[in-house]
Each structure stands twice: as C-alpha cells, then as structure tokens.
Write a protein that binds this ligand. Structure first.
Ligand code: NAD
Length: 392
C-alpha cells in the first residue's frame, strides 16, 4: 500500500516501513563512525523500539559490537494496516544487526508484567548466559502492577499550584496559553507507580535472582530536568516526583546487587513521549534553533553514543552533585538557557518559524514515523506486513 502520514494531535497513526528503515540506517552510521573498543558486550534494553532506548540499542550494537536483546510494546501490522513505528524500527534493526553478524532478538509485550520478565530471562539463559548492561527506557502512560493486578495511570500535572504558560499545537503550528490544574495526591502516587523506579528494581531483582546478571554489570535509566519554564509541569510536577523515585531506585539497586546503577539526565529531543508533554514541544523548537546555531545540537543517537562512549565506558562519568550522569550538559549551558529565556516571552504563532526551529521539530516528528527521509519513494507501494526476523 501507499502509506502517508496521518497525524492526530501529537501522534501519527501511520508509519512507513521503508522510511523507518532509512532512519535506522542513518543512526547506525552515526554509531559506527564513533565505534570504540571496550564497552558493553551483552545488553538488555527495556523500551528498545523508539526514542532513547532504541538509540541506546544502536549505539551498543554498532558502536561496541554488542549482542542486544530488546523488549518493547509495539503493534504489528493487522488487517492490512501499517504496524507502529517501533515495530518497523526493530525489524530494520534486527535486519542490519544480522547483516553485521550481531546477535539481536526482540520481545514484544508488556515489560511491567511477570510473564515478559520471565520470557526475557529464559531468552538470556538460552542465548547469552548473562547480560552486562541493562538499559531501562520505558515511557508509558499506564502500568498494571503484577502483584495486585491494579492499573495505574500517569498524568503530567503541576503539584500544589495551577500552572499557566505558552504551549504549541504542533499539528496546527499554533502558540496558545494552557492552564493545567494541580494534581491530586492520588495522581502523584499513580504517576510514581508508572514512571518511577519500582519496575526497574523488579527487573534487576528478577535478573539477579535468575543468575543472568553478570557480576559488576551496569544499568541505566533516563531522566530529564530542563529549563525553569517547564519545572512546574515537569521537574516539580508529577513526572518529576517519578524521576526522583528513579534516583532512589538507582541507589537501592546498587546497594542490593553486584552492579552499578545510574540515572542519566538526557537532553530534550523529539520522541513520541516528549511530544505529549504540554509546553515542552515549544521549548524544544526554540532550543533546537539555539543549539543548531551554536553547533552543538544532538539527537537521540548522538546523545546515546556520548553516554556510552564517553561517560559509562569512557572512564569519565562526570557525575553531578547528586550522582547523576549529565548528557544534558550542553542543553543546560547558561548561554543556551539565557537565549531560550529571551525568546520565550516573544514567541507567537506568527513568528514561530522565525524565532524557533519549528520546521526542525516537525521534521524530527515526521521522521519518528518514517516520513520525510531522503531517498525514500513515498509514492511507491510498500509491504506493510513485515515480520520480526527473530520471531520467525
Ligand atoms: P519513547 O516513547 O520514544 O519510548 C518508549 C519505549 O518504551 C518504547 O520502546 C515503547 O515500546 C516502550 N514501552 C512503553 N510501554 C511499554 C510496556 N508496557 N512494555 C514494554 N515496552 C513499553 O520515549 P523516550 O522519550 O525515548 O523516553 C524514554 C526515557 O527517556 C523516559 O524515561 C524519558 O523520561 C527519558 N527522557 C526523554 C527525553 C526526551 O526529550 N524525549 C529527555 C530525557 C529523558
């Protein structure tokens, strides 16, 4: 079929298999160009199909020749409809890994469940023996707790105050004002249940108890801090409480197992998760303009190459005062933040394309779903029902 983008609010409900593959090949070239000796060899990536987790998988495989096992929740093609982008990304990744002689398998299902943890452990036992790096990169709006069967939903809300600021309708290119009411305590607790560190701890315990965690293994989960303008809805909001819990979990994991657990604070980038956060896409559009002008703009793959090659396996962790890895360092530089803050009050729908890199935002957004890639014929018929190589 001929696949065109169908955008609904902050999601695109179609994805292009050839476009996703082209994007994956681009990221692979970035990882290969930065190839380094040493580093992780057997890697489990939880949340491996899109965004930061996917780029970490690429950086580990093609930058360090690592065997990778990926866990994700994606939709294969059904009834002639395209699969989700993360499905096509993973198919393309497995294909490229196979061509390069690298082990790559993928497990599609709910990472919060006991069943998927057990299936992952069985696969590691059978194929890899042990893993020496575990990447935890889930971004999910809900989680069913396997201990009580209850489903919790996360919300993106401020705590203890109503928050009003500018936001961007990325579909229409309109800047408007948004007001978000304060979260209830129950909403805070549920967001921590979904996006906090509890499930990361459960994974690490399950892996260690099963003997599939290599002695001295490393594990990393991702966080975000960002500019003061977004703090009420991010860092000081419900999601910020969940991220504090991820930091708590890192210390608990290091104490409980023979492994080093880190939180890496990453740069703001366009992903399916970040496009859903109010205010953040407008900030990202301005940030991209400033960082591209400064010449130090990065996407997911450049960030993850720097995380593995320089920080986690380069002997230069550069931990901050509370022990976190900071690859958001260039985003948070004082001159970058001052430049964003200067533009922020003046931005309107009319000057959006002048004062920000909204077109760069839109390109990145379309690329998430395999659209707008050079060399892809979007008028050609493509097979949308593509199987996962490791599932056949
Ligand atoms: P994303 O939406 O691109 O990726 C989420 C991944 O989680 C996908 O692979 C998806 O399949 C998987 N997933 C979701 N629910 C699942 C489930 N129940 N079972 C199995 N897999 C599931 O998100 P992202 O932006 O890459 O976020 C990953 C992490 O990076 C998050 O912790 C996020 O807070 C953090 N982070 C993101 C940014 C940013 O700007 N995007 C910045 C800093 C940190």
């Amino acid at each position: 079929m001929i696949v065109k983008p169908r955008i609904r609010g902050f999601v695109c409900i179609t994805a292009h298999p050839a476009g996703c593959e082209a994007k994956v090949r681009e990221e692979i070239e970035v990882a290969k160009a930065a190839k380094k000796e040493g580093g992780p060899k057997k890697v489990l990536v939880i949340g491996s199909s899109t965004g930061y987790g996917f780029s970490t998988r690429i950086a580990a495989a093609f930058g360090h020749d690592a065997a990778t096992l990926g866990v994700f929740f994606e939709r294969p093609s059904m009834k002639g409809k395209p699969a989700s982008a993360g499905w096509y990304n993973s198919v393309a990744f497995e294909k490229a890994a196979g061509e390069a002689g690298l082990y790559a398998k993928s497990i599609n299902g709910d990472a919060f469940s006991n069943e998927i943890k057990a299936q992952t452990i069985e696969t590691i036992k059978a194929d890899l023996g042990q893993v020496d790096l575990v990447v935890y990169s889930l971004a999910s709006p809900r989680r069913t707790d396997p201990t009580n069967g209850e489903t919790y939903k996360s919300v993106l809300k401020p705590i203890g105050q109503t928050y009003t600021n500018r936001t961007l309708d990325t579909d229409k290119g309109e800047v408007s004002e948004i007001t978000i009411e304060s979260a209830t305590q129950e909403e805070v607790d549920h967001t921590v249940k979904v996006m906090g560190g509890e499930d990361w701890e459960l994974w690490m315990k399950a892996l260690d108890d099963a003997g599939v965690l290599a002695p001295g293994a490393k594990t990393v989960a991702y966080s975000y801090i960002g500019p003061e303008i977004t703090w009420p809805v991010y860092t000081n909001g419900t999601i910020g409480q969940a991220k504090k819990d991820v930091e708590r979990a890192a210390a608990a994991i290091t104490a409980a197992h023979d492994c080093e657990a880190y939180v890496s604070v990453n740069k703001a980038v366009v992903t399916q998760a970040s496009s859903a956060i109010p205010v953040v896409p407008l900030y990202i559009s301005i940030l991209f303009k400033i960082m591209k002008e400064k010449g130090n703009h990065e996407g997911c793959i450049e960030q993850m190459v720097r995380l593995l090659n320089e920080r986690m396996y380069g002997g230069d962790l550069q931990l901050d005062e509370v022990g976190r890895i900071r690859v958001d360092d260039w985003e948070m530089e004082a001159d970058v933040q001052a430049a964003v803050a200067k533009i922020w009050p003046d931005i309107t729908s009319e000057n959006l394309n002048v004062l920000s890199d909204f077109s760069g935002y839109q390109n990145d957004f379309l690329e998430l779903f395999g659209f707008g890639l050079k060399g892809v014929d979007y008028d050609a018929d493509v097979e949308v029902d593509v199987p996962m190589p490791s599932h056949s």
